[in-house]
Design a protein around this ligand. Structure first.
Ligand code: GLY
Length: 353
């Protein structure tokens, strides 16, 4: 199934890539992988006709390497190997590789065309689609970057066979978000899906559905001036949980933090936009059953509130939320009182105790 011209969901990755690379000079093909995708994902491409023509750079894996110095490594490699504006850069890996490789491509000689081949569920349904590129800076995630669209995103669910459960459900949280902000049908299929025994054929259809929803918002508002902010549902409080967890024993994976953020933001949606409370309770309990408990105490509320204040989506001092009137009906640019945010944190805390 093909959500649009740019994003292809396929199990014929080799032939899709062979077709796309044929439009570029064969000495101008570059591949960016990290240590993990080099080892575990690149073998899936070995039957691609012409794959040996790619000049490959292997960057260090891990969020801690999503930095300017790793971008420099890519620029240096491109520079020393004759890359120019006729080149094609293929980024193969999770969100760290697609974000950083896309940034390096977007800025090298003022922009080289690139293709993303995301290999984690999180990167397939979110990071690699929509053109957000960049790296972490000064302790802040994705602080530096540009929005620039890939010429193609090729999604192959065969990469997900080896993904562990925690990382799998991390990506799944962004799919749930897509259902909540835009489609009750998508939400219903996600709730029905057996996460313990994933059926990969059904998953492939659901990924297509999810990517269509993401694209709907990106195409309407590529620069995130308005309705694209719908995609931030669950992220204002979710990012605060993620940052808090970095100071604790066990950091939360991004999607887990977003799932917990969605619970608190469902409560805000109920208070501010009239989201029905019965549905809010059902959804919250379902999210806890998938993601487990995350216990907080009232003494972290001020710290969480501080973190929310640092969110780059805020304008001025006000904390900007995306909320829901009902599943599928979204409202952007909603500001909440500190007391309302604390009440939402109370709801979350009590649910987890
Ligand atoms: N991850 C949300 C967006 O791409 O806008």
């Amino acid at each position: 199934m093909t959500p649009n011209n740019t994003v292809v969901v396929t199990d014929q990755l080799e032939s899709v890539l062979a077709l796309s690379m044929a439009a570029f000079p064969e000495d101008k093909l570059f591949l960016v992988v990290d240590q993990n995708s080099n080892r575990f994902c690149l073998p899936l491409l070995c039957d691609t006709p012409g794959i040996e023509k790619f000049k490959k750079i292997v960057i260090p894996a891990g969020e801690e390497n999503k930095t300017l110095s790793t971008a420099e490594l890519i620029w240096l490699f491109l520079s020393q190997n004759g890359a120019d504006r006729k080149s094609l850069i293929v980024n193969l890996g999770g969100g760290m590789v697609t974000d950083l490789g896309s940034f390096a491509a977007s800025t090298f000689k003022r922009g080289v065309q690139f293709i993303n081949i995301p290999t984690t569920l999180l990167a397939q349904v979110d990071a690699s689609v929509g053109g957000k590129t960049g790296f972490n800076f000064n302790g802040l995630k994705n602080e530096i970057g540009v929005i620039n669209q890939p010429i193609q995103v090729i999604i192959d669910t065969r990469f997900l066979n080896t993904l562990d459960h925690a990382n799998f459900i991390s990506g799944y949280a962004e799919m749930i978000k897509h259902g909540l902000i835009h489609s009750q049908d998508h939400l219903a299929e996600l709730r029905k899906f057996d996460l313990q025994k994933p059926d990969f054929l059904v998953l492939k259809q659901m990924i297509s559905h999810s990517v269509l929803i993401k694209n709907y918002f990106v195409e309407k508002d590529p620069q995130e001036k308005g309705i694209r902010k719908a995609l931030n549902f669950g992220h204002t409080i979710g990012h605060a949980f993620e940052s808090l967890s970095l100071t604790q024993e066990k950091p939360l994976l991004h999607g887990h933090a977003v799932a917990f953020g969605m619970i608190a933001e469902l409560y805000l949606s109920h208070m501010i936009c009239g989201f029905p409370d019965g549905n809010m309770h059902h959804l919250s309990k379902w999210l806890i059953s998938v993601y487990g408990n995350y216990r907080i105490t009232p003494d972290v509320y001020e710290t969480l509130y501080e973190y929310m204040g640092h969110d780059k989506k805020n304008e001025g001092k006000r904390i900007n939320f995306t909320l829901l009137c009902s599943a599928g009906e979204v409202q952007i640019n909603k500001n909440c009182e500190k007391s309302q945010i604390f009440e939402a944190l109370d709801y979350f805390r009590e649910l987890n105790n």
